[in-house]
Design a protein around this ligand. Structure first.
Ligand code: ADP
Ligand code: GLC
Length: 485
């Protein structure tokens, strides 16, 4: 199959979260399964300097945007036989210090930036010869593409040779803008209505995708069910219930060539199921690096996260206040809400040697925290999939998670199956419930045989992206009927 994936961020070129990892990993896995892959993504600042092998594709596209026509440069990078990344360059929109925000607020022209990018994606998708079998877009930034393609085909009286698929990575981010932004799309004014893109008088990019895509997926089976409920539906649950026949939940996978504990250049020592002493070496190295007390026997709890409400950061802060004492240590890498950042800094100041916090973004340190930690905290209020608990399982950091979304689908608590237990789960989004989970972890740490049973189950679990890619392939194939979510 010829498959086009479009995303506003793709690892290793640009990343703010799991979206970048998932798209890169899916593209690679689909290619390894023998398919021809094109990934389309913006040429964000720094990419052209870091990758000197980009080749300019001529001529530039001219994208009509409201009353303007804006040029889009195309740059290509061949990453494997049958896999290329196409970067859409437009310095006015993408040569910026960050992907979506400035000083904690969204860029005011985000509608324009991503309508432009979506139109460039649709233009590439429609112009390509031979055509693509599937155009698979991700999140609100590219959600307009299926509708743009539909419109163009109707206008040109062309048949529907390409299937469109849209993945919702996080329903909380919908790309909702003032109604005037709809004018940028060039779609007929009559298409601005309740059945298409209108959301309480505004223009919703995500809603456009939900109504126009042939297939809708999200990143875990449980989240696919959750988003059809009022509690998790963010105002779109009614529409999603109407589209339930094409809505599927497919758990994300991991690129185990990147997220590996053997021959990983970021780690202090190799380790694996058969030689766990390397994990202790990583713990000692991290304790030294972050200024924690050197204490190999003390349970170390880790977290690498965006510091936002979704991640249950308030619960983490509350539970740590209650639990942090001589029996445990905590290491965090994260950035986000300045209020949360300050609270973590305060915690470090009060518990030097026990709590270490690094504010910022650092992929290498993310690996080192996973490798050093005995336990990993992920008390999310909601979690479409979550990749960090999957990385933790492989790295032998036993996850302590709230039983929601993909966390519930990937972590097994001892109460579900003693034989398969690989983590600790709790249900209520409260400080008390998380603190109880931490207490259970401390008790578990006292029983080495049980610790190694959990670790063994986690480290040997297979959440590889190959499996995820195979699910998507079945879905892309028109004749296949998948069992429902
Ligand atoms: P989300 O996409 O909602 O943030 P995921 O668990 O799916 O959550 O993915 C988060 C990804 O971003 C992981 O690869 C994680 O390691 C990475 N990440 C998050 N914060 C940081 C940070 N401050 N530094 C480095 N990597 C980070
Ligand atoms: C979103 C979700 C996260 C998911 C990631 C990749 O950022 O918040 O749960 O793992 O997308 O799909």
């Amino acid at each position: 199959m010829r498959i086009l994936l479009a995303s506003s961020e793709v690892h290793p070129y640009s990343k703010t979260g799991g979206l970048a990892d998932m798209v890169a990993c899916l593209g690679k896995a689909l290619n390894r399964l023998g398919h021809d892959i094109t990934i389309l993504t913006p040429l964000h600042r720094g990419i052209a300097d870091a990758y000197r092998d980009l080749k300019r594709v001529t001529p530039d596209l001219m994208i009509p945007l409201g009353h303007r026509r804006v040029p889009a440069e195309l740059w290509s990078r061949q990453v494997a036989v049958g896999e290329r990344v196409l970067f859409v360059g437009q310095p006015e929109y993408f040569d910026r210090p960050a992907l979506y925000t400035q000083n904690g607020s969204d860029y005011p022209d985000n509608a324009e930036r991503f309508v432009f990018f979506s139109k460039a994606v649709a233009a590439v998708a429609l112009a390509e010869v031979p055509g693509f079998d599937v155009v698979h877009v991700h999140d609100w930034q590219t959600a307009l593409v299926p509708m743009l393609m539909k419109h163009e085909r109707e206008r040109a009286g062309r048949g529907n040779g390409t299937r469109t698929c849209m993945t919702i990575h996080n329903l909380a981010y919908q790309g909702v803008f003032p109604a005037t932004a709809f004018g940028l799309t060039g779609l007929p004014p009559g298409w601005f209505n309740l059945d298409t893109v209108e959301f309480y008088g505004h223009f919703s990019a995500l809603k456009a995708g939900i109504t126009a895509a042939d297939l809708i997926t999200t990143v875990s089976p449980r989240y696919a069910r959750e988003i059809t409920t009022q509690e998790f539906g963010c105002g779109l649950d009614g529409l999603l219930r109407c589209r339930q026949s094409v809505l599927h939940g497919i758990l994300n996978g991991v690129d185990y060539e990147e997220w590996t504990t053997s021959r990983n250049p970021y780690l202090a020592a190799d380790y694996g199921l058969e030689h766990l002493e390397g994990k202790t070496a990583n713990k000692l190295a991290l304790q030294k690096e972050l200024g924690l007390e050197i204490a190999p026997d003390q349970p170390l709890f880790g977290s690498v996260t965006r510091l936002v409400e979704q991640k249950g950061v308030d619960l983490m802060l509350g539970a740590l206040e209650e639990m942090i004492d001589d029996r445990m240590q905590f290491a965090l890498l994260g950035s986000g809400d300045p209020g949360y950042e300050q609270q973590f800094k305060d915690l470090t100041a009060r518990y030097p040697g026990k709590v270490a916090v690094r504010i910022g973004y650092d992929n290498r340190l993310a690996h080192r925290i996973e490798a050093a930690s005995d336990f990993y905290l992920m008390p999310s209020r909601f979690e479409p999939c979550g990749l960090n608990q999957l990385y933790s399982l492989r790295y032998g950091a036993i996850p302590i998670v709230r039983a929601v979304g993909g966390l519930d689908d990937s972590v097994v608590d001892i109460n579900e199956s003693e034989a398969r237990a690989n983590g600790i789960k709790f249900c209520e989004p409260t400080v008390a419930a998380l603190a109880h989970g931490i207490r259970k972890a401390l008790a578990l740490h006292e029983v080495p045989e049980l610790m190694s049973h959990y670790r063994h189950n986690g480290m040997s679990a297979d959440f590889s992206c190959q499996g995820t890619a195979q699910h998507y392939l079945k879905l892309y194939t028109p004749s296949t009927r998948l069992s429902k979510i």
